[in-house]
Design a protein around this ligand. Structure first.
Ligand code: SAM
Length: 167
């Protein structure tokens, strides 16, 4: 919430939302929230919790999607599952399709110096330079925080949380 509230705007898309409780805080803070996930079960669970207080998109970020317009893109823990370059490029194209100049992307992934697998899945992890290279020259890195997330099993998961602004 600290990272998101430092960005201008209230129209936000949370991609790879899962069943995150972040959306509860966003709604409490009067954000206009759209959630996107590849999992219809995750979206079903969120819809039971929030009904019409959220907008829902079922979609695969590694494919070309028609998303609409937002001021803030938030991703915690989906980008690092995209292993193929073509998937990562689609992710960036989807980001650019819905965040215009002046908008922000808050992107949080497992960091390069942390775990290289999660839930039995391989990861493509990041540092500031790799994220900046992936997003390209339409984006400026304006903040980056390193922190350690403790997962539900007690494991330490070093994270990188970044804010980019579209030029
Ligand atoms: C580790 S969970 C993170 C959930 C939430 N953002 C959080 O921080 O608690 C990753 C989520 O990304 C979704 N996901 C994985 N691959 C995806 C893709 N290609 N497109 C959209 N969502 C995807 C999964 O279904 C899952 O809900």
């Amino acid at each position: 919430m600290d990272l998101i509230s430092s960005c201008d705007g209230k129209r936000i898309i949370d991609v790879g939302s899962g069943t995150t409780t972040l959306v509860d805080s966003l709604i409490d803070n009067e954000y206009d929230v759209t959630v996107l996930d590849i999992s219809s079960e995750a979206l079903r669970i969120l819809s039971v919790r929030h009904g019409q207080n959220l907008k829902y998109i079922r979609g695969d970020l590694s494919e070309s999607l028609d998303l609409g317009n937002f001021e803030i893109w938030h991703d915690r823990a989906v980008l690092h599952f995209l292993l193929k370059e073509s998937e990562r490029l689609s992710y960036v194209q989807n980001l650019e399709s819905c965040i215009q100049s002046g908008g922000h992307a808050v992107i949080e992934t497992f960091s390069r110096d942390g775990a290289q697998m999660c839930c039995g899945l391989d990861l493509y992890t990041y540092d500031e330079a790799l994220l900046t290279e992936l997003l390209g020259d339409k984006w400026i890195l304006i903040d980056s925080i390193r922190h350690t997330h403790i997962n539900p099993f007690g494991g330490e998961r070093p994270y990188i949380s970044t804010i980019f602004r579209r030029v």
